[in-house]
Write a protein that binds this ligand. Structure first.
Ligand code: SF4
Length: 361
């Protein structure tokens, strides 16, 4: 697909330095001597609109040429877009070193959510997930995470001031808290008033349960929503599908989740992917309800989206309904989360694997 949102310096020997996410003061320090003071602010605004340096036509042509030798605005290119019948779209992005990662656009009646990736691949190796199947490649830079939001916002007809994207979830490929410093800088960049100005209340971060990171995020001052991928209410069930549970057991994860609530006042969300004959029994529902009892939390139950090459199966609709009814009868706040993009490899990491297989990449 053509490069629609500014991007990589094709043919350049050195990777270009991203401008997206820099403050006006940081941009000013990079400009040639004699550039007018307001130029830095203009560049910041253009970057958050998703424009390439070539499209910053109110800047002098000579300045654009100088900038293009060293910098890039949004450091990614759209490789492919897959549109689902349900209105969601998956974007496959290529970064300046050729790596690929996915982001998803999901329209809701209350706004539009973008789910972004924070790493290329993942170290956590959850048994049900496609993202970890090829191992970990690298962390994404703050500008590469922000670039996914800005690019999709532009492609969906928005600007930094008139946004098409209203909510962000850090729930794509990667474990965000394993890329802690870059994710924190991303949060700072995406909430900056003179940038795209997202409210912290409209941002969610999903973790597999890295307890030090959960506590550090609680202490960071950002009041975003924390989602904890539980997927098992006891250590045996959880360890069988999430190797990270051998490092941070269920009790420790719950303790870190309580700490997050106490520090931020934000209700914690627990994600529970329901997998046939793995974690969908009546006893599993009872153990889950007991775990969150007395804690201001909500459980998102998600029917497993089957992944090619994985033996796990989706539960039946009836089993899903029975699981939810049992949680509700036991007093737990729980809903079934709508699944998007079933016809376009909806689960994280699946699309990239299919694309690479098709193209022999
Ligand atoms: S579910 Fe999340 S944490 Fe687990 S392997 Fe996939 S991307 Fe990593």
């Amino acid at each position: 697909m053509s490069d629609a949102c500014g991007t990589i310096n094709e043919g350049s020997a050195r990777p270009a330095i991203p401008l997206l996410g820099l403050t006006a003061d940081e941009v000013r320090d990079l400009l040639p001597a004699g550039a007018p003071a307001y130029t830095a602010k203009q560049i910041v605004a253009f970057c958050y609109d998703g424009k390439s340096i070539g499209e910053m036509t109110s800047l002098p042509k000579t300045l654009r040429a100088v900038l293009e030798e060293t910098f890039v605005s949004v450091p990614l290119a759209v490789e492919k877009v897959y549109a689902s019948r349900d209105g969601s779209k998956k974007f496959l992005f290529r970064f300046s070193d050729g790596e690929l990662a996915e982001a998803v656009f999901m329209p809701h009646d209350y706004g539009n959510t973008v789910c972004v990736s924070t790493q290329i691949g993942c170290k956590m190796a959850c048994a049900f997930c496609a993202s970890g199947m090829d191992g970990f490649r690298r962390n994404l830079l703050p500008s590469e995470i922000l670039g996914q939001v800005v690019a999709i916002n532009r492609l969906e007809g928005g600007t930094a001031k008139e946004r098409a994207v209203t909510n962000i979830v850090l729930m794509g490929s990667g474990e965000p808290l394993d890329n802690f410093d870059n994710v924190l800088r991303f949060l700072s960049d995406v909430t900056r008033k003179e940038g795209i100005n997202f409210s912290e209340r409209n941002i969610s971060l999903s973790t597999s349960g890295l307890c030090e990171g959960m506590r550090a995020l609680a202490d960071s001052g950002f009041k975003i929503t924390l989602s904890v991928s539980l997927h098992g209410a006891d250590d045996a069930t959880r360890s069988a599908i999430m190797p990270v549970n051998r490092r941070y057991g269920v009790a420790e994860v719950m303790s870190a989740a309580r700490y997050y609530f106490e520090r931020t006042g934000r209700r914690v969300i627990f994600e529970y992917i329901l997998i046939d004959s793995v974690n969908d029994s009546r006893d599993d529902a009872a153990a889950l309800a007991a775990l969150v009892k007395g804690f201001p939390a909500h459980i998102n139950v998600i029917r497993y989206n089957e992944v090619a090459g994985k033996p796990m199966k989706s539960p039946s609709v009836r089993a899903t309904e029975e699981f939810l009814a049992r949680l509700s009868a036991l007093g737990a706040s729980a809903t079934l989360r709508r699944s998007f993009g079933g016809d376009i490899e909806g689960a994280c990491g699946q699309l990239k694997r299919r694309y690479k297989a098709e193209d022999g990449k």
